[in-house]
Design a protein around this ligand. Structure first.
Ligand code: ADP
Length: 246
């Protein structure tokens, strides 16, 4: 779709991909997909396809980066050259450096970093296909990968954006809505603790619209949280069946 559509929401309140304002894109989550990482997860969130891999907690290399009283979290968010329509340079862009930081900071509150002094975890996020909202989908997958690695955590982190397209506040914007819409509010939540770990805003909203967007994004996070727990259960049920067969 290269031409700018006149309206992003039709008279019936349907969005360009057929969703209602409060509807999430289809989601698929899978845990333990990589044999060589300590923990891993794969997410398909709409057309986004993202892999997350975790190593650690382990000794830091280089050693001088370790801290005497806590674990260090390193995070690399990377978009594959083939993940967007125009080939993206494989070198890290400013945006990827920023998103790596944002994702790390949204996951850190869920971890007991003080329990693992002088160690570090490495978090690798590979975006294979991007279609808007990759930071949120990355956080959702990375938190699952951390759980898969067996790293103790206060809660899973689920992330979802809401925003405004035309005159309507909608949840979970896809690429075109992100680019042509009025505002975008990505949010990450530890749903069991009801604690927000990421809140950003790009664009302009009235205070009422902002509140509506935050509430919608939080509802989205809660739905995603249920799917995260199901994905973890699915992995362990498969292991249970294997053990019982033996
Ligand atoms: P997020 O993916 O978290 O929404 P942005 O708002 O920065 O982050 O990006 C929105 C979308 O723009 C991305 O999901 C992706 O589909 C697209 N995009 C990002 N970088 C590029 C790029 N270098 N080339 C083409 N499209 C891109």
């Amino acid at each position: 779709m290269n031409e700018k559509p006149e309206k992003l929401i039709d008279k019936k309140g349907c969005r360009l991909d057929g969703r209602k304002a409060d509807e999430l894109r289809p989601l698929k989550l899978e845990v333990g997909v990589l044999a060589n990482a300590d923990g891993s997860a794969y997410i398909e969130h709409g057309k986004n396809k993202i892999l997350a891999a975790v190593f650690g907690p382990r000794e830091m290399h280089p050693k001088h980066l370790s801290l005497p009283d806590r674990m260090v979290i390193r995070c690399r968010y990377h978009m594959a050259p083939f993940s967007v329509q125009e080939r993206k340079s494989p070198a890290p862009s400013r945006r990827e450096v920023e998103l790596s930081k944002v994702i790390r900071e949204s996951l850190e509150p869920s971890l007991f970093v003080e329990l693992y002094p002088r160690t570090g975890i490495d978090l690798f996020i590979e975006v294979l296909q991007a279609d808007g909202g990759t930071r949120c989908a990355s956080i959702t997958a990375a938190s699952l990968a951390i759980a898969d690695a067996g790293i103790p955590m206060r809660d899973l982190v689920a992330a979802c954006a809401a925003g405004k397209v035309d005159d309507t506040v909608v949840v979970d914007l896809f690429d075109l809505e992100d680019k042509l819409g009025v505002a975008d509010v990505p949010l990450a939540l530890m749903p069991n603790l009801n604690a927000v770990t990421l809140l950003q805003m790009d664009g302009i909203l009235t205070p009422e619209e902002f509140e509506q967007a935050v509430n919608m994004a939080m509802e989205g996070c809660k739905k995603i949280y249920a799917m995260q727990k199901d994905a973890l259960k699915t992995k362990y049920m498969a292991i249970k069946e294997e053990v019982e067969e033996e």
